[in-house]
Design a binder for this molecule. Structure first.
Ligand SMILES: Cc1cc2nc3c(=O)[nH]c(=O)nc-3n(C[C@H](O)[C@H](O)[C@H](O)COP(=O)(O)OP(=O)(O)OC[C@H]3O[C@@H](n4cnc5c(N)ncnc54)[C@H](O)[C@@H]3O)c2cc1C
Length: 308
């Protein structure tokens, strides 16, 4: 992992900087590059604008690592409101959440109870709950919880998980999840992990991403291939073409504000594309992970700031 990447990921966990940034008007302005706004209404406006360009969305109410059951319940309440609003708005939208935002640090039962209520709600509104993947201290517990929720017959197809190609364990995890026919979002992985758990070299992460994409595409389950990397996207298209896999049987997923040109060109080519739309006050850790992925974004933001 590069020094810059590692530094930004380290800064993403700095509580004092976080407090300062989230309160400052400069910070809030900068965040708008990757965050759709601070309120549910802002996220819905963004979702409608994206829908007009042929893009589906998944809505993420930002927040992670809550410390009380009350905070966890409040975080879940935002998702209940979202699920209520998505349905009548007839948006091609679902929701993405983090287990640590639902109380995972207080115990798997706390998070499990809360997320189970959200999945029930998604079943009633014919929607879908994607459980994002966080650092490796949560990998096993996240997979266990999603499998447990998905085992309830009504929930099938209404809850899915994320797998990170940088983890050495991911091929095994995917095999188990596919035996339950669970929908997977494949991404490279955004946290700082030790080399015994995660491939340190980009070329190995990329090779694993392509190998895992092939497994997912062949599985007959609807999955999300989440990347902005043109090489990963080309490999996915190429594999689908040579294996005669219907492009409608999977979707590409990208982050709000990242490679908008690529998002639009994929839609034009006829691929399904879903945009991850984060919103809310607690944008700092998410924002810093985006800078970590591409430190050139720091220069980009600075240039735009001084231009204003
Ligand atoms: C929809 C979605 C959901 C995600 N969910 C999770 C999750 O649950 N858990 C998790 O750990 N990670 C998640 N991620 C983040 C992911 O793990 C990567 O950190 C991130 O997508 C960058 O990897 P990449 O595949 O785009 O390729 P990279 O190899 O990082 O980048 C390839 C190219 O993509 C472009 N690019 C990438 N990132 C940026 C950026 N921030 N700004 C501008 N251009 C960029 C650049 O052109 C770059 O050269 C998610 C990503 C997406 C798209």
């Amino acid at each position: 992992m590069s020094l810059l990447r590692s530094t930004f990921i380290g800064l993403s966990r700095n509580a004092r900087l976080r407090h300062f940034a989230e309160q400052s008007s400069l910070g809030r302005r900068m965040s708008s590059r990757f965050v759709a706004g601070f309120r549910i209404e802002d996220a819905l406006v963004a979702a409608n604008q994206l829908a007009a360009q042929g893009l589906a969305v998944t809505l993420d109410s930002l927040g992670e690592n809550v410390t009380t059951p009350e905070q966890a319940r409040q975080s879940a309440q935002v998702y209940h409101w979202l699920l209520d609003k998505i349905d009548p708005a007839q948006l091609n939208a679902n929701v993405s959440l983090k287990l640590t935002q639902m109380g995972m640090d207080l115990g798997p039962d706390v998070a499990g109870g809360i997320v189970s209520g959200l999945v029930d709600h998604a079943v009633q509104t014919n929607s879908f709950v994607r459980v994002d993947m966080e650092g490796t201290e949560y990998t096993q517990a996240t997979i266990d919880l999603v499998r447990q929720l998905h085992a309830k017959p009504d929930n099938r197809g209404h809850v899915g998980v994320v797998i990170q190609a940088y983890l050495r364990r991911s091929a095994d995890d995917i095999a188990r999840l596919l035996s339950d026919r669970i929908r997977i979002r494949l991404c490279k992985g955004a946290y700082r992990e030790p080399p015994d758990l995660a491939f340190p070299e980009k070329k190995d992460v990329d090779a694993n991403f392509v190998a895992l994409t092939k497994t997912l595409l062949k599985s007959g389950v609807f999955h999300g291939i989440a990347t902005h990397d043109p090489a990963m996207i080309d490999a996915t298209k190429e594999f689908a073409r040579t294996e005669h896999i219907d492009p409608a049987s999977f979707e590409f997923q990208m982050l709000y504000g990242v490679r908008r040109d690529l998002q639009r060109s994929l839609v034009k080519e006829g691929y399904k594309v879903r945009i991850y739309v984060p919103f809310g006050d607690e944008w700092y850790p998410y924002f810093m992970r985006r800078l970590a992925e591409r430190p050139a974004n720091v220069l980009f933001l600075a240039r735009n700031f001084f231009r204003k």
